[in-house]
Structures are given as C-alpha cells and as structure tokens.
Design a protein around this ligand. Sequence first.
Ligand SMILES: [Zn+2]
Ligand SMILES: [Zn+2]
Length: 350
Amino acid sequence: MRAAVYRGSGRISVEFIDVPRVGPREILIRIESCGICHTDLKKIEHDLLPPPRIYGHETAGVVATVGEHVTKYVPGDRVIVFHHVPCGNCFYCRNRLYAQCSGYKKVGVTAGYEPAGGGFSQYACVMDWVVDGGMELIPEGVSFDQACWVEPVNTCLKAMGVLDPNAGDVVAILGQGPIGLIFTLLVKRTGAAVLATDTVEFRRNFSKRFGAAAFDPRGPEFETAVQDHTGGRGADAVIVASNAKGVVEQALRISRPGAKVLLFAQTSASERIEISGADVCVGERVLFGSYSADIDLQHESARLVFSGELPLEQLISDRVSLANIERGIALAQHPTERSLKVVVHPQENT
Ligand SMILES: [Zn+2]
Ligand SMILES: [Zn+2]
C-alpha cells in the first residue's frame, strides 16, 4: 500500500509498505479521508518525535477486515476512528482529565512503524482498545469528508464545557482557521455573540456567514468593537485559537475582569507568553487550557457532525492524494488567501 512516511527533519516520503497485519481483536480500515491537523504539522515541522512514523488522526474510512474475535464491526462498515482512548481507571480518568491518562497517550491506530495515527496511508490497523471504545459508525448519506471532522469537533466541545458561555455573552475568538471556525459555530449555538479575528479575508467571510462579526486583527476596529459591544467592559470570554505572537496578551487585554480565557493553540512547550499576574489575580480572570478529545463527548460530537448541524465539509478548501501530500502539508502550514482545511484522500491515485 502507499503511505506518507515521516522520515525526520520535516521530510515526508511517499513509499510502498506492507499493509499492517491485524490481530484477533483488531480491525484493518481502508482510509478514505483524513484531515491534516495542526498537531501533525507541529510534529513534522519541529521534528518532535523520532521517525519513521505515519501521522494522520482525523480518520474516516471503511472496515476492510476484522480479527476473528471482533464482533462489534463487520467489513464494509463506514467508520470514524479516534487514535486515543483513555483507560477509564486511573487517577486522571477518575477526574475526567482523560488527555493526561498514560493509556490515553498511547496511540491506538497505526499504519506501521511507531504508532502515530496512520491516517496518511491507504490502510491502518485499529488496536483492540480503540475497537472497543474509540470508533463510531458513519450513517448512510454522510460523506467521509464530513465525517473526518468528529475528532476536531470533540476537542472543541470539550473546551466549550469549561468555557460554558451564557446566551447574551460576548465571546471573542482569536483566529478563524478550521478550529476557530468550529468554535464560532459552537458558541453561536449557545446564543452568545461572537467577535472574531483573522488576518485572512476568506476566513473572515466564513466567520460572518456563521453569524460572527469578523475583523482583521491588524487594525484597531476589533478592540474598539469589543468595547462597543460590552459597554466598555471587555469580552466575557476569549478563545485563543491562534498562536500568533502577542495573541494571549491581546486576549487578556480585551477581556473583562472575571472573564474566562481559553488557550487552545498554545501547544509548543518552547513558546513563552508574558502577561501581568495582576490581570489574573486582581482582575479575577480564569486562564485555562484544553487539549485533545473527551471520550464522554464522543457520541455527541459524532451526532453533531453526522446530523449536518455543523456545516464543516464546506471548510475543506483542498483535497490531496498521498502523492500530493507535501503540497497539502505546505498549504496547511502556510495558508494562502483561499486555503482552509486540507484533507488527504489516500485512495486517490494521482
Ligand atoms: Zn487533530
Ligand atoms: Zn486513565
């Protein structure tokens, strides 16, 4: 089969490798659609994990073969697959901090080499604990390109649970890439108003279509609008969905005392931010993080995506085959005026 193998130093090479063998409790899936996620890009760009690895975890496909002890799925089932599933028994699982569970950190889907998601290949093996708890059936009529959004939607839903905006709140969302736009859709559903920023007009247009007021953060209009919409108080909540320099500082600056500020894009351990402790202490702001998915929200995230309530497929700007995956990764890393979500179609031949 063809697979896009990460070979280190930022390099991806498309190679022919063996189709993974599946054990008695495992499943082989044929991958039809796999989104390129920013966490994949970071691992590639900054060489975070030793090669070789096959990345890709926003995976939708078809069950190709099942191990002899698998009863939940049959060949031909259309499925989405989470690459992490928590153990359910440890300290962190009991406290619903699933992403901190050591079992959760173990990747349960592989196309070969050190398990890393395996979505950027034609086939991947789903390990037993993911077969047990980390797959959802895709209903008839739902495309693979829509279905591959379940994992990213889950990560946003999880953060929404903590943010918990009220109807009538003003929520600022900094960054309108694919994740920022999912947040815009989710926040709008709560009845709160959204004021969003992005430097790219194409993205701001989606934002407006989804009911937000959208601004170029390089001008003064955004911060003025936040003041105007809140009687001069500042935003009730801020979602930081960008890692642009100075963005966390801006989040604090535009938030009102007592606001919640979510850091969603600050995934690099080497990035530093400089904030005033008094903005948190005296200003009684709550600064919090959220990372990865929540298994308790798996069905709900699948339902939201499959029902079409979130029109996510339209955010896909580019579809690439494995042969063109380098172009897709470059596009996701350095968005153009018209690029947004990039999805890999591993079965395409060109
Ligand atoms: Zn992801
Ligand atoms: Zn656990």
